[in-house]
Structures are given as C-alpha cells and as structure tokens.
Design a protein around this ligand. Structure first.
Ligand SMILES: [Zn+2]
Length: 790
C-alpha cells in the first residue's frame, strides 16, 4: 500500500468535521461522507490510486482509533469548541485551571489569535470562514503533481486552518489529531488487510510492534554555541544557534528520507531535539543510520556535536492513555542513556587547545586547529566560523527559509553548508533577491519554502519555482528572529547594545526555561470523565503540547522582542537580539534595563497562553556584563542565575542583580523601583536615598544570615518573618534625617516610605533592597565598564 496515499488520507480522514461545524443545519450529514467528498474534490487525481477508500477504511481507520487512545469518541458528545491543551495538565484536580478555549482564527502570530479565553467560541460563522479558507488553500494546491511537496503543503494548510478546530477528543485539535493519525497510518500502510481487520476487532491483542517512537538529540550544544572568546561576534553566535536548528531539522528529514517516509512522520522538531514516528524497522537499521550520522558529525565538527538517538516500540495497547506516557518517557530515557554512555567513553575533543600547536592555524573564535583559517579584521577565523557569521547576517535580512532537496554528496570539511549537503540539503535565506540567493543551486529536486514569521507569499513561492524549475512546498517554521539594527543596514554589536542601555552601560543576558517540563510531558495529562479521574496522555496530546509550547517560544517571544525594539526606537540602536528561543527555553541579549520587563512579560504571557494553569511556569536569570566580557562566561553566569531562581521554593522565579524573587513578589520590587527612580531622577532627592536603603539592606542581610545559621529562620529568607535588628531603628533615623533635607511633596514621600517600612517591621526590605540597587543602576551615568566587570 502506498505510504503517500496513507499520509494524504490520514491527514484528511475527518476533515468533514470542520464542514459540519461550519453548517450546523446540515448536522445529519455524515462527516465521513463529507471528508471523502473533500478528498475527491481537492486532492490531485494523479496522487490517489483507485484504492484510496480502502486505505481510509483500513490503515487510516485503525490509526484513527489508536492515536485517540483507543477508546475516545463514540459515546462522548462532540466538542463544539477547542479546549486549550493546557487545561488538562496536572494531577491535582483542585489546581487545574478554569476551562479556556482557543480563538477561531487561522494561525498567526497575534494577540487575538494566540491567547485562549474563557468565552465559549463555537459560532458557525467563524467555522464557515475557516472552512472556506481551507477550501481555497486546498484548491490552490491542486496543480501540485509532486506527492511529497503536496503532502508538505497540505500539512501546513491544515495547520493554519484547523489548529483551533476541535477533534473528537477534548483538548486535541483537529490538526494534531490528523497529523499523528497520518504518521501512524503511514507506519501501518505495509500491514495486510487481514491483520488490520484483526487489530480493528481487538486492538489490545497485537503482539508485535506497530511503530517506533524515535527521539533524536543533537548534543554538545551549549559548548558549541558558547565556547567562544570575546572575538566571536554577535552575528556568529546567532548563526551558530540557527544552524543547530537547521541541523536538527535536516537530520530528522534525512532519517525520514532514508526510510522513505513523508514529512507527516516528523512529530516534532525544536529545542535541540526531534521526535519521529517510523515503522518498526528493527534496531539494526536505526543503528546503521545513527552510525552514518555520527561519522558525518565527527568529520565536520570534530566531536563538538553529536547525535543521540533512542526509541520506544509502540504496540497497539501502548497508544492507550494509561500507557502512552510511559512510552514517551521510555524514548526520552533511551536518549538520555545514549548520551550518558557517550560522555563516559569519549574524551572531550572540544577543549580549547590553547597555543600548543601552531598559532597561525588556530581559529581565534572556536579554537579549533584548521587548515582553512583566514584573517578577517585582524582576527583569525576558520571557514566554519566565517560561514556562521554569514548565516547570522543573512538572518538579519530575511524572514523566509528555503530548504532544497538534493542527492546527498560527499563534501570536504569547511563551511556549515558542506555537512547539510552531505545530508542532502541546500539552505538559503530569501530576501528580495530570490534569484541571486538561489543562483548556485543545482540538482535541486524539491524545495520547501518556510516563513519564519508568517506563511510565505504565493508570489515568492512562484519565483522560487520559476528559478529552480522544481516542485515547491510552502509552510511556516516559526523562529524568533530579531536582529538589532544600527542605522539602516548594520547589525548592532554587543558593545552597541551595551551603549544603548539606560543608566549603567552594561550588556544584559536573559535566560529562561519552563519549570518541571518532564512532569508536564511525562505525567501531566489528566482529566475527569463521567465523574472519574483518568489519564489522558495520548500521542496527539503530547504532540499538541509540544507544538503549542514551541509556538510560544519560537513565535510569540520573537513578537515581544520586536515590540520592545520598536518601543525603544529613540535609542541609539535597537535593544534586543534573540540568540535563541525555542522548545521551552530562550537566550536573549540586549540593553540590560529592558530585560526585567521583557522577562516579566514573557512570564505573564506564558501564563495567559497556558490558560493560567498553575503547573505551567517559567524561571529566569538575568546578568549584567561589560560588552567585552567573554560570552561563554556570561552565558554560564546567566545559567547560574537561572539555577538560583529554580532554587526558590516552587520555582517560578527570577534572579536579577544577584537576588532571587518569586514572580508573584516581582510587582512589589518593580513598584518600589519606580517610586525610588522617580524620587531620585525627577524629584532630585539625591542618590543618597538609594545608598541609605542599600546599606540598610546589607545590615538586614547580615542579621538574617546569622539568624539562618543558628536555625532561627523559618523561611528561606525573611519575607514571611520579622528579622529583628538594630538596622531597623538606624534606617528609620536615616530616612527621617533625609526627609528633613527636602521640601514639600518629596518630604512627604520619603516619610511615607519610612512609615510603610516601619509599619510591617521592615519585612519589605527584601524587595526594597533590590529595588534600590536597580534604581541606582538606572540612574548611574558612568560610561564604560571595566573589562571583565560583572
Ligand atoms: Zn572557528
């Protein structure tokens, strides 16, 4: 049975459901009949054999049952609006959020589309508009005679119009249900009709595996990105980070191609790893593919990057909601085990080699000894490092990625394009000069044009097709791609970002990642059904949660950064650079003073995006550095700050200026900072106020820490407990003196501050201390920092 037909039929098996929602008066019409009508009307006839209806009935029908967890659907009332997948996470029913529903809009990166609301939005007019959009888009694909390009385009069209449409299973979008069903149908395509009928009768009875859930992880990533001297400029760093994204995508697609599987079987790629659903090919075949890829990575990256590959076997019963989470963890566990073995046996080849060898052959950016070193502005760089700078520069000019397919060819080690070519890929970032960017593309058999921010324009895809005379698929791969501008054309450097900061001139580094992610994916899905708590973890839900999380970090975070750059357009340069944001974490550099606000917005927006589920939260670490401080050290410092934030009980915290606070206390810090900043900057009370408060805070810390050492502190810090000490009366005295020196309203405000602090026994000093340091940094007008200063 043709796998491509299984993919197409799998994608469209119950598209008629959207038609039903769009025309509730036609409720009686059979969704299956409408789906078949859609396939007949829209799928190019050349891509369907006469037996496609049998495929629907057998492989796709079985896949549909299995991916839904085996038993969801029939007796349940059909959902009319899509519940957010985040509403079903958490094993404590009391902590589960209120129900929130997705908007009924085609997928796009804007506020009105992305954020769920409590309002039930099941109106037929909105569905009718989605249905019409889908039909129009599907009609445009009718001329596509290439099956692979057709499947990929169809996949993206479905995502755009059905990401918000409910499937039979609550909390699962029609898109997620359809795409994992297609993936599984492809795996089942080789089964005989008798076996499928058998499985349809008794799905638990299958004794042999039906599919593998394969997880891949390109590791060594942290060091690959950050093991650089200060001479590695911003562009190179951005290029490296994007290359890792490309590499994951290329490796995932390479494996699919090796196994002759369509793109539907790429379940997830992002955050440095990928998941595939493949037929049960046997351990030997996976090992063979892994070895080939390891050799390639070793050849081109000298052991700096390598692939860990693991898998879990899926039998029919493993798709059940009470068993699937264990399988998901098993795939992850087998990758973790592969990484552990690797670290145990392979010496770390990427240690900077110092100047042991010939200095002239050592790259000053990545420290590798290579033959392709060239001087660039007095810095010796290898071809690979130079190519990453080119890639980073190209990203600053483009929001469209073209991924071309070629026959894999042997290449000499050199630029990053060499490894991608060995995997069978050409890559270009497209701007207005489409033809020029594709000028050296020969032997390309198919191209995927992926918008990084929005679906690519049809006109652009047509230009690509004309330039290369090959089939073109179009889709979107959201990527937080914000490059700071200096003037019209130049990319701002780290020094420029530092100079653009307010007050103290420092470069800020922000790192964030979602807390307890393993719990969310591995244990999280539960819900009530007929009054009983039950497990809800299915492949479709896990895939849905992954893609929603990625939508936030890859899509929405980029929009937030862009907005902040626009809001600060009066500064010398843009203020933010998204080095990386994807999966469930991010690394952003910028003018330090805008980072706390950005981090808070990201935290709040993730909360809203996740339907205010208390289990979903994110911690952050912000550090400040001189613009010449080596970035790998800055990255490590920020990682340590992030770790400190995760030490706060319950996590969900931020570390800034060396202090960690729970996000829920952050408003207090921010309010005090604003008040103090206002007093110092506008009211001319003098910075002595800030110094008094900081001294007072230091004294308080001494008392607090001494108390903690004696075991007299109940909480981790004094926030919930009065910490008695002489700093109290001394502070009150100093603030009184300060108030005497100023007049009018300012006098009142200083006194008011003193009285508020006294009234709660100075417990607020925890927040005021940080607020005073923050306000001080904002008002300090020193120019450049000492090198290496933090
Ligand atoms: Zn290098």
């Amino acid at each position: 049975m043709d796998r491509r037909i299984a993919a197409i039929a799998g994608l469209l098996y119950d598209i008629g459901r959207l038609a039903q929602l769009a025309q509730p008066s036609a409720q009686g019409t059979d969704a299956t009949a409408r789906s078949e009508a859609f396939i007949r009307q829209h799928v190019p006839a050349d891509l369907l054999s006469s037996g496609w209806q049998d495929v629907l009935r057998t492989a796709v029908g079985l896949a549909d049952r299995l991916v839904a967890g085996g038993d969801v659907g029939q007796s349940q009332p059909q959902p009319r609006t899509l519940l957010s997948v985040f509403c079903q996470i958490g094993d404590d029913p009391a902590k589960r959020p209120k129900r929130a529903y997705l908007s009924l809009r085609p997928l796009a990166l804007d506020e009105a589309t992305l954020f769920p609301s409590a309002e039930v939005r099941g109106d037929a007019a909105a569905y009718a508009s989605l249905w019409q959009g889908l039909q129009d888009a599907a009609a445009k694909l009718q001329g596509q005679a290439d099956a692979e390009a057709y499947i990929e385009s169809l996949y993206h069209v479905l995502r755009r119009y059905t990401w918000c449409v409910p499937s039979a299973a609550e909390g699962v979008s029609l898109f997620d249900h359809s795409r994992v069903r297609a993936a599984l149908a492809v795996c089942l395509a080789d089964l005989g009709e008798a076996e499928i009928q058998n499985l349809l009768q008794l799905p638990d009875d299958a004794s042999r595996p039906l599919a593998y859930l394969v997880k891949g992880d390109v590791s060594g990533v942290q060091r690959f990105i950050y093991t650089l001297t200060s001479k590695g400029v911003a562009k190179g760093l951005r290029g490296r980070s994007f290359y890792l994204q490309l590499l994951n995508e290329a490796i995932a697609r390479y494996i699919l191609r090796e196994m002759e599987l369509p793109v539907t079987n790429l379940i997830y790629v992002g955050g440095g790893h990928f998941y595939l659903l493949v037929p049960p090919v046997g351990e030997g075949r996976l090992l063979e593919i892994r070895r080939g890829l390891e050799d390639l990575l070793l050849k081109h990256h000298d052991g700096a990057l390598y692939l860990a590959l693991g898998h879990a076997e899926l039998r029919a019963a493993d798709f059940r909601a009470d068993r699937f989470s264990a399988k998901w963890r098993e795939a992850g566990g087998s990758v973790a085990e592969a990484k552990r073995r690797r670290f145990a046996h392979v010496p770390d080849l990427f240690e900077p080699r110092g100047h042991g060898g010939n200095e002239e052959t050592e790259c000053q950016v990545c420290h590798a000894e290579r033959r392709d070193i060239a001087r660039d502005e007095e810095v010796r760089k290898c071809a690979l490092c130079r190519s990453f700078e080119d890639l980073g520069g190209a990203l600053g000019r483009s929001q469209v990625l073209a991924l071309g397919q070629i026959t894999p060819v042997q290449q000499e080690k050199g630029r990053y394009e060499a490894l991608l070519a060995e995997l069978g890929f050409k890559v270009a970032l497209l701007d207005e000069e489409v033809e020029k960017r594709l000028g050296d593309w020969v032997g390309v058999t198919r191209v995927t044009v992926l918008g990084l921010r929005d679906f690519p324009a049809a006109q652009l895809c047509e230009r690509v097709a004309r330039a290369l005379r090959c089939p073109v698929a179009a889709g979107v791969r959201y990527t937080a791609n914000v490059t700071p501008r200096k003037g019209q054309y130049e990319v701002a450097t780290f020094e420029d970002l530092q100079d653009a900061s307010t007050g103290l001139k420092r470069l800020g580094v922000l790192r964030m990642d979602v807390d307890d992610l393993g719990y969310l994916f591995g244990h999280g899905f539960q819900g009530k059904e007929n009054g009983k708590e039950r497990h809800l973890t299915t492949l479709a839900r896990v895939a849905g949660l992954s893609s929603m999380m990625a939508l936030f970090f890859e899509g929405w975070v980029g929009e937030l950064c862009r907005r902040i750059n626009e809001e600060n357009s009066d500064r010398k340069t843009d203020v933010l650079y998204t080095i990386y944001s994807g999966g469930d974490d991010l690394f952003i550099v910028g003018a330090w003073d805008v980072l706390p606000g950005l981090a808070k917005t990201i935290r709040d927006d993730l909360g809203r995006f996740a339907a205010d589920n208390p289990y979903v939260h994110v911690s952050a670490g912000i550090t400040l550095h001189g613009g010449k401080y080596p970035l790998y050290l800055a990255a490590a410092d920020a990682a340590e700050a992030l770790e400190s934030a995760k030490d706060v009980p319950g996590k969900d915290a931020l570390t800034f200026l060396g202090e960690s606070h729970h996000w829920q206390d952050w408003k207090k810090v921010d309010d005090y900072k604003n008040e103090l900043h206002g007093l110092v900057e506008v009211r001319q009370v003098g910075r002595s106020l800030l110094q008094v408060l900081q001294r007072m805070y230091a004294q308080y810390c001494d008392v607090r820490d001494a108390l903690a050492e004696r075991g007299g502190l109940r909480a981790r810090n004094g926030r919930d407990q009065t910490v008695w000490g002489p700093y109290m009366w001394q502070s009150a005295y100093l603030l009184t003196r300060l108030a005497e020196r100023v007049n009018g309203e300012v006098k009142e405000r200083v006194r008011n501050l003193r009285d508020r602090l006294s009234a709660d026994n100075f417990r607020a000093i925890e927040t005021v201390g940080l607020a005073a340091r923050w306000a001080e940094a904002l008002t300090r007008s020193t120019s450049h920092s000492k090198e290496g200063d933090k």
